[in-house]
Design a protein around this ligand. Structure first.
Ligand SMILES: Cc1cc2nc3c(=O)[nH]c(=O)nc-3n(C[C@H](O)[C@H](O)[C@H](O)COP(=O)(O)O)c2cc1C
Length: 172
């Protein structure tokens, strides 16, 4: 269950050398978090294990980004993206995430694996207004159509710039 946390305007920042790592099962329920996750997000292991990964979801994140994430993973591809997350206290932290399928020792697909590092300020300066535009599109589209409408908006915008999502994200 997602806890009710009120968002603050306070940013907490990941160190340059630090990585936040978590694993989920195939449905996005957390099966592992590293110490950096626990320290920065201020959740204990007991509070997060077995919970949906939306436990750190920030209301400023467009739903379209998560649609892209799940669509990409379901196509068997890895996902790259910028994510604003929320700590247990409502503070926020930005990460650059790489999410990949997690295979067990026999090569069976058991879940997903996410490694996140500190993003560059220049990248966030591009992503923040883009996410605001996506959120506005989602608001106008209504709850049911929001994720598809904002992915559509994003794809058209990137097409207009002569690029694709992966090329755009990796160029920031
Ligand atoms: C391995 C993995 C890591 C994820 N990491 C995050 C994360 O750091 N923050 C986040 O908001 N969602 C993350 N998600 C996506 C969530 O599962 C979920 O789709 C998202 O928070 C939107 O939740 P909602 O549809 O309930 O709003 C991750 C998913 C996977 C599979």
């Amino acid at each position: 269950m997602k806890l009710k946390i009120v968002a603050t305007q306070k940013e907490v920042v990941l160190g340059h050398e630090e990585l936040i790592i978590s694993k989920t099962d195939l449905k996005g329920r957390i099966t592992y978090v590293n110490r950096t996750f626990m320290r920065l997000a201020n959740f204990s292991e007991q509070e997060v294990l077995g919970q949906q990964h939306n436990i750190v979801r920030h209301p400023d994140m467009p739903r379209g980004t998560f649609k892209l994430l799940w669509d990409t993973l379901q196509q068997g591809r890895e996902f790259f993206g910028y994510v604003k997350n929320m700590t247990a206290d409502g503070d926020y932290y930005w990460v650059f995430a790489n999410v990949t399928p997690d295979l067990d020792a026999r090569g069976k697909h058991v879940g997903y694996f996410s490694v996140r590092r500190r993003p560059g300020k220049e990248a966030i300066a591009v992503i923040e207004p883009l996410y605001r535009e996506m959120l506005a599109v989602e608001k106008a589209a209504g709850v049911a159509n929001a994720p598809a409408a904002s992915v559509d908006f994003l794809n058209k915008k990137l097409q207009g710039m002569g690029t694709t999502y992966d090329r755009f994200i990796l160029s920031l």
